[in-house]
Design a protein around this ligand. Structure first.
Ligand code: ATP
Length: 339
């Protein structure tokens, strides 16, 4: 079976981008017969950006309920919270000690933060925590611990998967070769060509960190209000509009069939007014989301059930995968067997 692994950072309320880019395709892929899926709530990753414990906890619950409401079957897949599996942090340290620092210097997320500092005339590393610098190593541990074959990612994450391959290969080479073993399978990035990156309300990428999101399960009235606030150009009704340049159209396309999208494109050319276009977008999204929203609200009313599911999921996963592998790895590097 091919092992596929997907995580969402517990840094805020899940939004339409998370749904279109991760949850919807991942739940669909998990139904294939030859696939073993791993879904996790990346709360250790959240600490890099969010130093607000209440927000991390609320987000963990919201993202778990989102996966479940969207059809994830916890009896068929591995479903867990990252911090419930301490073997991930232990492996992170082992990988840290084989990872080249120079490679981490070139990681996109870190480089982007340095570039922002330079643009602002600050010192390179001003305000950057070491967690941001080390993030590709934690992500490598997430992947390598479960010998995931495929990690669905956007283009900007491909580099991190290559790092996971590099660290895994170094470990295999250093500790595996003398013992005639390959401890880690090397993962591949599954680039999601057909999955759009959704724009947020302000036109930048929709992201929990930018505060520009449309929450996936916002109440109907809020959904309508947020859609009405998407930035558009000032073209009046009757004036032709450029569909490809429009945030409203991009969002519509992510929820509509090919025929509906083609029809909307014609309406843009014929000068549909922004108010009407937004109303159509609202109706399209709401018709897909409404049944899921109902399930989500039911799930959120019983947080202790979700908590139990997560704990059970992590416990089974530790026994089946994480603990046996860590035992081998501790022996490989020369640490005591804890069992
Ligand atoms: P953060 O700001 O904390 O990084 P985020 O909302 O940008 O959060 P992540 O939690 O890092 O997103 O990503 C979870 C998944 O959602 C990833 O697979 C990512 O590709 C996908 N995703 C995030 N934002 C979008 C978007 N705007 N369009 C499509 N997919 C997205």
């Amino acid at each position: 079976k091919t092992r596929i692994l997907t995580g969402i950072t517990t840094s805020g309320t899940p939004h339409l981008g998370n749904y279109v880019g991760a949850v919807r395709p991942a739940v669909a892929a998990s139904k294939a017969p030859d696939v073993e899926s791993f879904y996790f709530l990346a709360d250790l990753h959240a600490l890099i950006k969010v130093q607000d414990p209440a927000r991390v906890q609320r987000s963990t619950l919201e993202i778990a309920a989102t996966w479940l409401a969207c059809g994830l079957d916890p009896g068929q897949v591995w479903f867990y919270r990252q911090s419930d599996v301490p073997e991930i942090t232990e492996l992170t340290w082992m990988l840290t000690c084989v990872a080249g620092k120079g490679i981490l210097n070139r990681a996109h997320a870190y480089k982007a933060a340095v570039d922002r500092n330079r643009a602002d005339g600050e010192d390179d590393d001003a305000g950057i925590n070491a967690g941001l610098f080390m993030y590709p190593v934690l992500m490598s541990a997430d992947i390598l611990l479960f010998n995931a074959d495929k990690v669905p990612v956007g283009r900007d994450q491909v580099q991190h998967i290559e790092m996971a391959r590099d660290f895994g290969q170094r470990f295999n080479h250093l500790y595996g070769e003398p013992a005639g073993k390959q401890y880690f399978r090397l993962p591949e990035a599954a680039i999601e060509e057909n999955v759009a990156t959704l724009p947020g309300l302000d036109g930048r990428k929709m992201s929990k960190s930018y505060d520009n999101t449309i929450p996936l399960f916002a109440p109907r009235a809020t959904l309508r209000k947020l859609i009405a606030s998407i930035v558009t150009d000032s073209r009046a009704p009757g004036e032709p509009k450029d569909a490809d340049d429009s945030n409203v159209f991009q969002l519509y396309q992510a929820f509509a069939s090919a025929d509906e999208t083609a029809a909307m494109r014609r309406e843009f050319e014929q000068g549909i007014g922004w108010g009407d276009a937004k109303q159509r977008l609202f109706e399209r999204i709401d018709s897909e989301v409404a049944p899921l929203r109902e399930r989500y609200e039911t799930l959120m009313a019983e947080p202790q059930k979700i908590e139990r599911l997560l704990r059970d999921g992590a416990q089974r996963l530790r026994e089946a995968h994480a603990q046996p592998l860590l035992r081998e790895l501790r022996a490989a590097v020369g640490l005591r067997d804890l069992s």
